[in-house]
Design a protein around this ligand. Structure first.
Ligand SMILES: Nc1ncnc2c1ncn2[C@@H]1O[C@H](COP(=O)(O)OP(=O)(O)OP(=O)(O)O)[C@@H](O)[C@H]1O
Ligand SMILES: [Mg+2]
Length: 256
């Protein structure tokens, strides 16, 4: 797909989409027999680099399950996911753990902060795992928390922070190592409009600054216009995919 050539010099002339994430026929079931839940039923969806892809849909439709499979946290029953040409579904568990530590940022719906660590230490975890010296890692994390309006709370522990503050620490932790793929589960749910916009701006800046993939799960219609590619899910299926202005677009990106 190519955007139309533009005579306006402020608008980039060509925008050949580069494939970042390919999700092919992914299915996932929880439980067996009468209790079985078909959470994902043959999902096919491509995400381009340097864009913000959004995933929306009613509670229980499979959004968290899908992004967990994409990030290699959950194994799919069927289908495959590749990230910049590398199949995450085919990786050994050992390699996948290493791959994720370096290349994946994940903002969990429930934040999943470590209670014994301060805000800055929590946000620094991905750098510490990569062997960045502690002082440097915590300094970088503190600066990022400052950008997120938490400069005065860097020494607080999660139980001393409000929900929205904890959410911002979780976002800092996902962004700090500039991952190849950033997956955010409801990143603005606990935030006021202004803070939500600051967070989305940071997420978008990260997306466009290099060949990265960003997927944001959201119910927050205030941030829909910031999505370049919005997939609507229902009951384990993707029902439609539209661009930022609501026009339907294909599920798959043409590879040159
Ligand atoms: N570990 C699990 N064991 C059994 N069922 C599960 C498990 N995780 C999710 N499910 C079920 O799979 C379906 C999809 O769940 P999922 O968490 O992906 O939904 P969601 O779209 O993220 O919803 P929400 O918007 O409420 O976060 C739901 O019916 C849920 O009950
Ligand atoms: Mg969810």
């Amino acid at each position: 797909m190519e955007a139309e050539l533009s005579l306006n010099p402020d608008i980039p002339k060509t925008q050949t989409k580069r494939l970042a994430v390919r999700i092919s026929s992914v299915s996932k079931q929880f439980g067996k027999g009468e209790q079985a839940v078909k959470a994902l039923q043959g999902i096919t969806w491509d995400v381009a680099a340097q864009e913000v892809a959004m995933l929306v849909g009613p509670s229980g439709c499979g959004k968290t399950t899908l992004i967990s499979v994409v990030a290699g946290i959950l194994n799919a029953d069927q289908g495959s996911v590749s990230i910049f040409g590398e199949s995450i579904t085919a990786m050994s568990d050992r390699y996948k753990t290493k791959y994720r530590a370096k290349n994946v940022g994940f903002v969990f719906q429930q934040y999943n902060l470590l209670p014994a660590l301060t805000a800055a230490e929590n946000a620094a975890v991905p750098l510490l795992i990569q062997g960045v010296p502690r002082l440097k890692a915590v300094k970088e994390a503190s600066e990022l928390l400052g950008q997120l309006g938490l400069g005065k709370r860097i020494h607080a522990r999660p139980n001393q922070l409000s929900g929205g503050q904890q959410q911002r620490v979780a976002i800092a932790r996902a962004l700090i190592h500039k991952p190849k793929i950033l997956v955010c589960d409801e990143p603005t749910a606990a935030l006021d409009h202004e803070t939500g916009m600051i967070v989305m701006k940071l997420i978008r800046e990260l997306a466009v600054s290099d060949d990265r993939a960003v997927i944001v799960v959201t119910h927050d219609n205030r941030i829909f216009p910031m999505g370049d590619r919005v997939a609507h899910m229902d009951d384990g299926h993707i029902e439609s995919i539209v661009d930022g202005s609501g026009r339907p677009i294909p599920a798959m990106i043409d590879i040159p």
